[in-house]
Design a protein around this ligand. Structure first.
Ligand code: AMP
Length: 304
């Protein structure tokens, strides 16, 4: 089954307890498509500036990412700067939309029939414009962040609520769920968000894993306990990449498949945080993903 993503392709400057990296490859769509490419080929829709190296595009293509929907426009690539005082939460120091400010997503021929769609964290107006062009998707998922929920640019919260009403599955972290719903309690927050449209709400809780609230109740997936976390950037997008990549590969959306997909997401994210930027994904292979997936079975096994 085909999987399409729209989101940011970025240069990130990141500071964690392990060090600082300037202008490294990042972006919600970059992490998502690289993570999902371990499961299925991915169609990417985004924009970069003329400062973006061709080698990054070739690298994505070599992983089975179709970049026909990646435009290059005159100007600078999107830039984000963040710091982690606590590994579960990034503090945004700077966001420069740059070429995304005037981006008009236009799906290349053939992309409109995508079965699975991920509206990764980006301007909710752009998320809506991409969704308008998709013909008959089997499942649409969306991720967002406090930048849009807090209406830093006026009007974006309204646009976000409009697009949330049209999706099947929403990914948010616990802080974003609180902001979006006005509820501090995670269960009540998920309930309120489900009333806004999505049948399934995935609440990401950093090193504590994720809770999936759906029609069949609640499923808890842990995060893999790791000895060393270097950089949490991209964990959320890689979680979504593993999750939707798994669903698209199986072509099923039933409750058991959703549970397996959540584990696939958690496994994929657990690798990304082991190094800066996408560095760990460059050396990762499918065998290592399967091995850690099996380790998860043991991690959560409850004897009769
Ligand atoms: P996460 O998976 O939540 O850690 O997402 C990290 C990625 O989100 C970074 O690589 C950033 O480039 C990207 N990002 C941060 N802020 C924004 C924003 N406002 N819009 C789109 N992408 C963003």
């Amino acid at each position: 089954m085909s999987l399409l993503v729209v989101g940011s392709v970025a240069f990130d400057t990141v500071e964690t307890h392990a060090g600082r990296r300037e202008d490294v490859l990042g972006g919600s769509a970059t992490f998502f498509s690289t993570a999902a490419s371990f499961f299925v080929p991915v169609r990417l829709v985004a924009v970069v500036g003329d400062d973006f190296p061709e080698s990054h595009i070739t690298e994505l293509q070599s992983r089975g990412v179709d970049t026909a929907g990646l435009q290059t426009q005159p100007g600078k690539t999107f830039r984000w700067e963040g710091r982690y005082d606590d590994l579960n939460e990034a503090t945004t120091l700077d966001t420069q939309l740059n070429v995304f400010e005037h981006f008009k997503p236009q799906l290349p021929p053939g992309f409109e029939d995508s079965d699975y769609v991920f509206l990764a964290n980006i301007d909710p107006v752009l998320q809506g414009q991409v969704l308008d062009q998709i013909r008959n998707p089997r499942l649409v998922a969306l991720d967002t962040m406090n930048f849009w929920i807090q209406d830093v640019i006026p009007g974006k919260l309204e646009a976000l609520k409009a697009v949330i009403a049209r999706v099947d599955l929403l990914f948010v972290n616990d802080k974003e769920a609180q902001l979006l719903s006005g509820e501090d309690n995670v269960v009540l927050a998920a309930e309120k968000i489900r009333e806004m449209g999505p049948k399934t709400v995935v609440i990401k809780r950093g090193e504590f894993g994720a809770l999936i609230f759906g029609e069949n109740g609640i499923f808890a997936v842990p995060a893999m306990p790791l000895e060393r976390v270097v950089d949490p950037t991209g964990a959320g997008d890689s979680f979504a990449g593993g999750f939707l990549g798994f669903l698209a590969a199986s072509g099923r959306n039933d409750a058991d498949t959703l549970r397996r997909a959540a584990v696939a997401g958690s496994v994929t994210a657990s690798f990304v945080v082991e190094d800066f930027s996408l560095d760990r994904l460059k050396t990762l292979d499918k065998g290592q993903i399967s091995e850690r997936y099996s380790a998860f079975r043991d991690l959560v096994r409850i004897p009769e």
